[in-house]
Design a binder for this molecule. Structure first.
Ligand code: GLP
Length: 244
């Protein structure tokens, strides 16, 4: 779906999320959302906050799982995705803090694999992700599943690509301060979500959007795996659609 701009696109995605949350409320069910960070979903989160404050949309039945977190990372660091999610969404809506899950950047290396298995099990025990929100890295990564990630890759510690670190380095004031690793949900968990919405804005994403949506399905471009998902939509603005 191609929208005039990221504002109207974000509003449409927020509307779909609100409809899902309300449908789940009617049947007394939880709504399991997979959430993303980065600049792309900021407008979406602003619209969800507006819907909560002005339209009374409640998030009490929402359970969220974030895609990823830098490793190592303290939750109260200005760079952490915990802080990002709290500031932009969780602290401004009525979601229960105990229902918000973000990979833990404070684990010891030894703890990580057990933790990742438990993160997946928690999602599975709740019946899987109802709706997964994704951004896309300029190199085609989803979550932090970089090029080379397999379609059945699991939640794990990954090394970040140089290109990803360069993109992140502006937030970390320099490459030497930018983390080299992160914990990410695997491609497998993303593919198992009941619905996936990938969002992208701006001409800078146009090449990778074309490669992901219309190119070969390859682990060189992890977002291309989504072509094999049976309920996925790319919600993009006109600039990101330029190369389609
Ligand atoms: C980071 C995140 C991804 C996100 C990507 C794109 O790498 N881990 O989940 O999709 O950035 O970032 P942006 O939305 O700022 O372009």
């Amino acid at each position: 779906k191609i929208f005039e701009n990221s504002f109207s696109a974000s509003k449409a995605v927020a509307k779909e999320i609100a409809t899902l949350i309300k449908a789940k409320q009617k049947t007394n069910d939880h709504c399991i959302l997979g959430l993303a960070t980065g600049s792309t979903p900021k407008g979406l989160y602003a619209e969800l906050v507006r819907m909560h404050k002005e339209d009374g949309l409640s998030f009490k039945n929402v359970i969220s799982f974030n895609l990823d977190e830098y490793y190592p990372m303290e939750p109260d660091s200005i760079h952490s995705y915990v802080r990002f999610m709290k500031e932009l969404l969780f602290d401004q809506i009525d979601i229960l803090p105990s229902n918000c899950h973000i990979p833990d950047g404070t684990l010891t290396k030894k703890q990580i694999s057990k933790y990742c298995a438990e993160y997946e099990q928690k999602i599975e025990s709740l019946g899987g992700i109802d709706l997964q929100i994704l951004g896309i890295g300029g190199n085609g990564h989803i979550g932090f599943n970089e090029a080379g990630s397999l379609q059945n890759s699991k939640t794990r510690l990954v090394a970040l690509d140089h290109i990803t670190r360069v993109a992140a380095s502006k937030d970390f004031s320099g490459l030497s301060n930018t983390p080299r690793t992160a914990i990410t949900i695997g491609v497998k968990q993303i593919m198992e979500a009941k619905r996936v919405i990938l969002m992208a804005w701006g001409e800078g994403k146009s090449n990778i959007i074309a490669a992901s949506a219309e190119g070969e399905v390859t682990n060189k471009v992890p977002a291309s795996f989504l072509q094999e998902h049976d309920n996925v939509v790319f919600v993009i603005d006109k600039a990101a659609a330029k190369k389609l």
